[in-house]
Design a protein around this ligand. Structure first.
Ligand SMILES: [Zn+2]
Length: 95
């Protein structure tokens, strides 16, 4: 099909768990640290290998309980890291 060249690129991120695409702000970026851990990239400006998770509680549960994130980020998630991410996410919640 023609007409693709004029299409404006809208930045969309994909949740690594449910693979839903959404606008950037409803997804949380996780980034691998140089130390090999994983942190939430609150400003969205940290460099490094990143992965996005959407707002769904089920996605976070799965992300923190499975190895999907580890595979996406090629990092290791220790139980402490998983707990940290869970807590950071709760603090980030606007409500
Ligand atoms: Zn999701």
């Amino acid at each position: 099909m023609a007409g693709n060249s004029g299409l404006k690129h809208v930045p969309q991120r994909m949740c690594v768990i449910c693979r839903d695409k959404d606008a950037k702000r409803s997804l949380t970026r996780l980034v691998r640290t140089p130390e090999g851990g994983v942190v939430i990239d609150i400003g969205g400006k940290m460099s490094g290998r990143g992965a996005y998770i959407c707002d769904r509680e089920s996605c976070w549960e799965r992300a923190l309980k499975s190895d999907v994130l580890e595979k996406a980020l090629r990092a290791r998630l220790s139980p402490e890291t998983r707990e940290d991410l869970r807590n950071s996410r709760l603090q980030q919640e606007p409500k």
